[in-house]
Design a binder for this molecule. Structure first.
Ligand SMILES: Nc1ncnc2c1ncn2[C@@H]1O[C@H](COP(=O)(O)OP(=O)(O)OP(=O)(O)O)[C@@H](O)[C@H]1O
Ligand SMILES: [Mg+2]
Length: 358
C-alpha cells in the first residue's frame, strides 16, 4: 500500500532532501515541472556491485501512455520505485506531476496510483474492503469513496465480486482489483509495473482494454512496464531500457523506422543461385521452408538485388520492421535470450516478423 502519510516500508532507505536544492537542470525536457507529466534526469541507482540504473533520463508528457520495455533485470522496477517515491536514487532528479520526489515526496505520492509488480492486496479482506481501506488511507470522503469504488469495479468488470474474499479470486481478477484500487483517489499518474505478467492471453488483452478505456475516459498519464514486446505497439511512447540504460525512447512507429530491420525473403530458382546469394551476403539466413532471408540495409539494396538475381528468383517478400527487430538491433539479442550470431540475428528478425508473411 502506498500512502501519502505512511512511513517507508522497513528496509527502504529514508528519503531525505539532498544538498542545497536549487533549480533542476533538466536537459532535453520540454516542460520541467509540468502537471501530470514526469521528468527524470540522470537517475542513477546502485545495489552493491549492481548498477541498476545508469544515468536514466526520460520525459513523460501529460496524458501519455508510456511504456517502459526491457528484459528481466533491466531496471524497470527500480525506476518505478524511484518515480513513486519508494526508493531514493543515488543521483539525479525526478519531478512527478511537477513535484520533486525527494523534496516533495508526500505531495508527489498524493497524485500517483501504483499497481506493484508483486501482489499487494490483503487476501483476508473482500474486494470492497480492500478498495475502501485504500480510499480511507488517502482521505477520500465517504460518498466519493463509494462512488469511485463503484466506478472502478465497473471499469474492471468486477462489480459482482464486491463482497468476495480476495483470496478466492483468480490471479487475473486480483490484478484487476489492484488496478481499480490504484484509481480510488485523485490520481494524475498511474504506474503499472508488469500489470499483465503471468496472466493468460485473454486476461492480458482485457487489462490493455481497461488501460485504453482509462485513457479515453479519464485525464490520466499512464506508465506501464512490460517485457512483452507485442503489448507496447499501441502505446504513445516506448522507452527501451536494458542493463540500467535507456537505449531509445520514441513512438513505436518512429522506433521501427529508425532501428527496425526490414527483411527480404526470397526463394531461389536453383541451388546455384542459393549458394551465390549466401556467399554474397554473410548475414543471410535460411528459414524453415528453405527461403533465404536477407537484412535490407537501405532502400537501394532491393533494386540492386533484383538487377542481379531477378530472373533466378521464384518468390520474393518484404517483411516490415517489427518492434522485436528494434530491440534486437539495439541490444544485440532477443528480449529473453543470449546474443545471437549475425546469421541467427537475421533468422530471429524473420521469425519475429513471421506473422506478416505466413
Ligand atoms: N533490493 C535490491 N537489492 C539488490 N539488487 C537489486 C535490488 N533490487 C533490484 N536489484 C537488482 O537491480 C537490477 C534491476 O532490477 P529490477 O527489479 O529493477 O529489474 P526489472 O527490469 O524490474 O526486472 P523484472 O522484469 O524481472 O521485474 C537487477 O540486477 C536486480 O537484481
Ligand atoms: Mg520488475
Amino acid at each position: 500500500m502506498l500512502s501519502p502519510q505512511s512511513r517507508f516500508p522497513s528496509g527502504e532507505e529514508e528519503l531525505r532532501p539532498r544538498g542545497a536544492g536549487g533549480r533542476h537542470h533538466l536537459p532535453g525536457s520540454r516542460q520541467p515541472a509540468v502537471k501530470g507529466g514526469i521528468v527524470a534526469c540522470d537517475v542513477g541507482k546502485r545495489f552493491g556491485r549492481t548498477l541498476a540504473l545508469d544515468k536514466v533520463s526520460l520525459t513523460v508528457q501529460p496524458g501519455q501512455l508510456f511504456a517502459l520495455l526491457g528484459p528481466n533485470g533491466a531496471g524497470k522496477t527500480t525506476l518505478v520505485r524511484i518515480l513513486t517515491t519508494l526508493l531514493r536514487a543515488d543521483s539525479g532528479t525526478v519531478l512527478v506531476d511537477g513535484k520533486d520526489v525527494v523534496k516533495q515526496a508526500q505531495a508527489a505520492r498524493a497524485s500517483i496510483g501504483v499497481v506493484f509488480q508483486e501482489p499487494s492486496l490483503d487476501d483476508r479482506l473482500t474486494v470492497g474492503e480492500n478498495l475502501d481501506f485504500h480510499g480511507r488511507v488517502y482521505g477520500v470522503p465517504g460518498p466519493l469513496r463509494r462512488k469511485r469504488i463503484h466506478q472502478m469495479l465497473d471499469l474492471v468488470e468486477l462489480t459482482d465480486q464486491h463482497d468476495r474474499l480476495v483470496r478466492t479470486l483468480s490471479s487475473g481478477m486480483k490484478r484487476r482489483v489492484e488496478i481499480a484500487r490504484a484509481l480510488i483517489h485523485d490520481t494524475a499518474i498511474l504506474f503499472m509495473d508488469e500489470p499483465t505478467v503471468g496472466l493468460d492471453v485473454q486476461s492480458r488483452a482485457r487489462i490493455w482494454d481497461y488501460i485504453a478505456r482509462l485513457r479515453d475516459e479519464r485525464d490520466l498519464t499512464v506508465v506501464v512496464t512490460t517485457h512483452y514486446i507485442e503489448e507496447v505497439a499501441g502505446c504513445d511512447r516506448v522507452c527501451i531500457i536494458d542493463q540500467g540504460k535507456v537505449l531509445a525512447a520514441d513512438t513505436p512507429a518512429a522506433l521501427r523506422r529508425r532501428y527496425g530491420q526490414v527483411l527480404l525473403r526470397v526463394t531461389p530458382r536453383d541451388e546455384e543461385t542459393r549458394a551465390q546469394i549466401l556467399a554474397l551476403v554473410p548475414d543471410a539466413a535460411l528459414d524453415s521452408q528453405g527461403s533465404i532471408i536477407l537484412p535490407v540495409p537501405e532502400e537501394g539494396f532491393v533494386d540492386r538485388f533484383l538487377a542481379r538475381f531477378g530472373p533466378h528468383i521464384i518468390t520474393m517478400h518484404l517483411d516490415e520492421a517489427t518492434l522485436e527487430s528494434v530491440f534486437l538491433s539495439l541490444t544485440g539479442r532477443e528480449i529473453r535470450e543470449r546474443a545471437p550470431s549475425p546469421r541467427e540475428r537475421t533468422y530471429a528478425f524473420a521469425q519475429q516478423g513471421g506473422e506478416h508473411t505466413r
